[in-house]
Design a protein around this ligand. Structure first.
Ligand SMILES: CC(C)(COP(=O)(O)OP(=O)(O)OC[C@H]1O[C@@H](n2cnc3c(N)ncnc32)[C@H](O)[C@@H]1OP(=O)(O)O)[C@@H](O)C(=O)NCCC(=O)NCCS
Length: 172
C-alpha cells in the first residue's frame, strides 16, 4: 500500500524511514551521502530536511507499507521559482534492500505521478547515478534521458567520482 504522509503521520514512520536510508547508503546507493554514515545521520536527514518541508508543504512524502512496515519512500518536490509552476523534482526513491524487486519502487513512482497530475504538474525531473538500476526503472516508466554529467558526485564508499544522468518525463 502506498500512502502520502502528513507531518503527524511522519512520526510513526520515522524509525522505518531512518532504517531504509541507513541501509540503502550501506548497500552502496548514491543518494547524496557518503560513508561513514550512521543511523543517527540518517535520522538527522529526515528530521532536518524532510520534516520542515512537510510542515511548510513544499514537498510530498510517499511511503510504501508492506507487512506492517514502511519499506520504501519517494518525494515529490514542486519547483519553487515562479517561472516553473508546471515542474517538480523527484527525490530519494528508496526501497529497503530486503524488499527490492517486488514492485515497490514502481508503485511509489505511480503514486507520485498521480499526485503530480492532481497538482497540475506536467514535467518531472530527476537525476540518478548513470550505472544504477534506478535508471532502468525510470526508463521503463517513460522517463527520458536529457544527458549525462561526468564526475558529478563521489562514490559513497570509495574516493572516486561518478557520472549522473539527468532524466525527465513529460506528463502533459
Ligand atoms: C532503485 C530502487 C528504488 C528500485 O526499487 P524496487 O522496489 O526494487 O523496484 P521495482 O521492484 O519496482 O522494479 C521496477 C523495475 O526497475 C528495474 N529494476 C529494479 N531493480 C533492478 C536491478 N537491480 N537490476 C535491473 N533492473 C532493475 C526493472 O526493470 C524492474 O522491473 P521488473 O522487476 O519487472 O524487471 C531500489 O533498487 C533502491 O532503493 N536503490 C537504492 C536507492 C537508489 O539508488 N534510488 C534511486 C535514486 S535516483
Amino acid at each position: 500500500m502506498i500512502a502520502r504522509l502528513s507531518e503527524a503521520q511522519f512520526d510513526n514512520a520515522l524509525q522505518d524511514l531512518t532504517d531504509i536510508l541507513h541501509r540503502c547508503v550501506h548497500a552502496g546507493a548514491s543518494i547524496g551521502f557518503v560513508q561513514p554514515f550512521s543511523r543517527q545521520d540518517a535520522g538527522v536527514y529526515w528530521q532536518g530536511c524532510v520534516r520542515p518541508g512537510l510542515r511548510a508543504k513544499t514537498l510530498d512524502l510517499f511511503v510504501a507499507y508492506c507487512e506492517g512496515r514502511c519499506l520504501g519512500t519517494v518525494q515529490l518536490i514542486p519547483a519553487s521559482m515562479p517561472n516553473q509552476p508546471h515542474r517538480a523534482d523527484v527525490a530519494k526513491l528508496l526501497v529497503h534492500p530486503q524488499a527490492r524487486r517486488r514492485g515497490l519502487g514502481r508503485a511509489l513512482m505511480a503514486a507520485l505521478e498521480a499526485r503530480a497530475g492532481e497538482l497540475g504538474k506536467t514535467l518531472l525531473v530527476l537525476d540518478t547515478r548513470s550505472t544504477d538500476p534506478s535508471r532502468v526503472l525510470y526508463q521503463s516508466i517513460g522517463f527520458r534521458i536529457a544527458g549525462e554529467i561526468p564526475d558529478y558526485c563521489r562514490n559513497p564508499a570509495e574516493d572516486r567520482l561518478e557520472p549522473t544522468t539527468i532524466m525527465y518525463k513529460d506528463l502533459s
